[in-house]
Design a protein around this ligand. Sequence first.
Ligand code: COA
Length: 232
Amino acid sequence: MSYTADVLSSFAIEYHHATAHGVLTAVRIPDSPEPVPSAVVDRLPHGEAEFARTLRGYRQVQFVGGRIALRRACEQIGLTAPDILPNARGAPSLPEGFVGSISHKRTIAVGMVARDTEGTLGVDVEDYEPMRPSIEKAVLTDEERRSLPDEDTTRRWIATIMRFSIKEAIYKALDPYVERYVGFHEAHVTPDLHGHAAVQLHLAKGEGPFCVDARYVWLHGRLLTSVRIRPD
Ligand SMILES: CC(C)(COP(=O)(O)OP(=O)(O)OC[C@H]1O[C@@H](n2cnc3c(N)ncnc32)[C@H](O)[C@@H]1OP(=O)(O)O)[C@@H](O)C(=O)NCCC(=O)NCCS
């Protein structure tokens, strides 16, 4: 099978980005369930490549894109990581002393890495469009919904997706401490206008307390959120 330059260049770096939460690399991925070319899979270390070959369709594309992104982010901080395989709960296993997180959307995969001194890390990337206002009830608490602007559909959607994305990042950063499914109604998120969000956790099993630092940025037309969590 031959691949066009288009498909191969799909796994190229789109950008690097450094924040107070860590260093992030974004990689373009093809919007296609076609098997990832061997030339791309073989860029991963042996164990990751072997794992990637067990996956199919979009799942394989996303896994490879996410691993390339995270690995390039690791290089930015001078870390040459051995195989970064999924742990039993699906999270990427970073070497001792580091934390990392991955997110992917239709045409992009991002990986963020940092030292573990400020606790665990979660990252999420979201496309702004298409707007999906129907997710609102499932992902926001009644109190959060009451705080949304109700006069303007676009503003309401932006307020919704910011909270949704931060919650997904919270989930990833919280998972190492709680090791269970955490529902969307177990966190109350209030973004400010300056790239931060206040987070109150109402964990159903009473875990914690935790100190949560949540941030967001609109970068290259997408929403990027990250969260650091440490025991308080
Ligand atoms: C786990 C979850 C957050 C992943 O989000 P998603 O929208 O499916 O997909 P994303 O592309 O953003 O993230 C996928 C990556 O999450 C990471 N991930 C999966 N399970 C994870 C876990 N338990 N802990 C940390 N990271 C995890 C993986 O790196 C995965 O990519 P990979 O398999 O290629 O390595 C999501 O599936 C989920 O269950 N959400 C509902 C729960 C929730 O968000 N609650 C809010 C609590 S306040």
